[in-house]
Ligand binder design. Sequence first.
Ligand code: SF4
Ligand code: SF4
Length: 402
Amino acid sequence: MSTIVRNKHWINRLPHIYEIDDLIAFCRKNKRIYIYGRGEAQEWLLRFLDMCGVVSVEGYVVSYDPSESNFCYRKLPVKLIDDIINQPDVGIVLALCDRYHGEIIPMFRDKGFENWISLTEHTRLGIAEQMAPRNKDEMTFEISLADHCNLSCQMCDHFSQLSDPWFVDVEQFKKDIRRMAEIYDHEIGAISLLGGEPTLHPHLNELIEYVREQFPETELILLTNGVLLTNLENSSQGNLWEILKKNHVHVTVTVYPIKLDYIAIEKKAAEYGVSLKLSSDIHAVEATKQTKISDKHAMDLEGKVPKEHCVHCLYFNKFNVVKDGRYYMCPVQAHINIFNNRFKKNLEYAESDYLDIYEVNDWHEFAEFGSKWVPFCRFCDQKNWKHDSNWKPSTKSIKEYV
Ligand code: SF4
Ligand code: SF4
């Protein structure tokens, strides 16, 4: 079990991509790589280097106690620094807390050893968080109730502005939720119901009640643009707000610069005692009502992105998706058929890009799967994922993604 401590939203730190590039270049240059330090974070760094496949790490180095017990990932020899520092072709990745640099870097200088690289604390911990399989209470999955949307935002990461109308089939949804409940013994960190726009689904209330029945204690989130929320007090399905209250659903509304009475939504939530977060950045630790900025999720249509860049991805080891009996790494991958259909492209995923939820034995398989590169990651141009511009309606052009 990992003892990595993630923040309260369970979103991992994202390692700096320039440091990842420097690290991989260093490993390519040196035939015999050692990792300085012998704790859990160093083991997740080893797992990262194993995953990248550019180097076979020879072992760990330590200053004092070369004991070889308590490995959580993979056993490797542990050497004293004095035994390897003068050997040929050795390169050392300094992966200890910054506070130890004050001893180790002067020691390297005293000994005339120059073949080392260090990582910032942010990247060191970011790699560990991205590579450590999650514990059950940190796990979450999302499920789309409607792939299409009643807004049309540029650069939507679920491609919803490009989607034909698509609603999740009620029976398939219930079957998949039942199966996930069986796998997780009815308890997981959080489940997000979203889309596209989930409130468009004609059986929204029934779907919410079913998830709550199967996962009585789990944090249940409805992620919506809020456009229909106040109207759904009087829907033909019944009063959505009563369902939200009864089933302890947290409502997260993304705030856009559109004509929508957000104060009325806040009042309605207060009236029914429903937990509500209004924010222009749903990933921010604190809710923000600043101008909505669109993030560009650039795609490499040739699929040539190096493996190591996946650890820079916000979705990696976090935003797993359940759709039609499959468990996907992320929404970009799970909804790529919409992109392909719209732009006549062929960004394909392989069988190793997803798990069949009816074939896995337990939730550890999801945790392992979510913390490893999948072939589809080669299409995600992480170097060019960035805050792009103020929110705008979509032009529905491929330029929003390349
Ligand atoms: S509201 Fe959300 S799901 Fe709908 S188009 Fe905008 S970003 Fe996509
Ligand atoms: S497929 Fe793309 S979006 Fe999904 S985890 Fe990999 S890099 Fe990130």
